[in-house]
Design a protein around this ligand. Structure first.
Ligand SMILES: NC(=O)c1ccc[n+]([C@@H]2O[C@H](COP(=O)([O-])OP(=O)(O)OC[C@H]3O[C@@H](n4cnc5c(N)ncnc54)[C@H](O)[C@@H]3O)[C@@H](O)[C@H]2O)c1
Length: 242
């Protein structure tokens, strides 16, 4: 029996740590050839994971890296747009510079990656893209007005790109995680533990998400089992958003 992502060539951004790192490990375990991109250098002993140092806001280095992957592998089957940044600020404290940086990394760079990757995928008759949104885009979250707006943009972009790229055989979906226990969560908990405890209390399944929960959803959407699914936003949030 073949694995879920047997020999699929998959690019994952923001894969040095947190959710992206787990997505890379899960995709490799499911048989994919993984190009794990991050602006931070990192190493792995997993022979199916190829680290690529790349800042997704640097269009020239992104193009060079993607063309090299395409030349080496002859195709790109899947792109997971996971890299993202967050600045948590109450409305009165929002700084324009941070908002612009969030939109550049979380939205504009993602749009440009979709643009470049879809051209390469189309050369081989298609592929699929999984974007990482957030439950905050749907529920709202105090202190995350600007961040949640970037994730709302990801949801809109996912739906429009899915419609536009369908004729080229490219599916586009998003996973919208709830609160996930990552390095970033630990920092947030230290600064705002009471608020987080209250949010955990509203998760029907009674626990935080894990990077594994998110990675499993991404692997499914990236696989041929999801061949008739496009333009969807899959909440992976323990039933917090309905
Ligand atoms: N952790 C959560 O609770 C949670 C919840 C909802 C959505 N998300 C989303 O999931 C994704 C991953 O979150 P995480 O918690 O693992 O974050 P993280 O900060 O732990 O990891 C993000 C990774 O992206 C990389 N990165 C950031 N900017 C980059 C750039 N310009 N170019 C290349 N790499 C870059 C970082 O170096 C880092 O390795 C993000 O898009 C985030 O918004 C996270």
């Amino acid at each position: 029996m073949s694995s879920l992502l047997e020999n699929k060539v998959c690019i994952i951004t923001g894969a040095a740590q947190g959710i992206g790192h787990q997505i890379a490990k899960q995709f490799a375990a499911d048989g994919a050839i993984v190009y794990a991109c991050d602006r931070q250098e990192f190493t792995t002993d997993n022979e199916r994971i190829h680290p690529v140092v790349m800042d997704i806001t640097d269009a020239a280095s992104v193009k060079a890296a993607f063309m090299q992957i395409f030349k080496t592998e002859g195709r790109i089957d899947c792109l997971v747009n996971n890299a993202g940044i967050v600045y948590n600020r109450k409305i009165g404290m929002i700084l324009r510079e941070e908002t612009e940086r969030m939109f550049l990394v979380n939205v504009i760079a993602v749009l440009e990656l979709i643009q470049l990757c879809s051209r390469l995928m189309a050369r081989n008759g298609g592929g699929n893209i999984v974007n990482i949104a957030s439950v905050t885009a749907v529920l709202g979250s105090p202190g995350q007005v600007a961040y949640s707006a970037t994730k709302g943009a990801i949801i809109s972009m996912t739906k429009s790109a899915a419609k536009e790229l369908a004729s080229q055989g490219i599916r586009v979906n998003a996973v919208a995680p709830g609160i996930v226990k990552t390095e970033r969560f630990k920092e947030l908990y230290e600064s705002d533990g009471d608020k987080i405890d209250a949010r955990i209390g509203r998760i029907a399944l009674g626990r935080l998400g894990t990077p594994e929960d998110i990675a499993h959803a991404c692997a499914f959407l990236a696989s041929d089992r999801a061949n008739y699914i496009s333009g969807q936003i899959l909440g992976v949030d323990g039933c917090a958003s309905i």
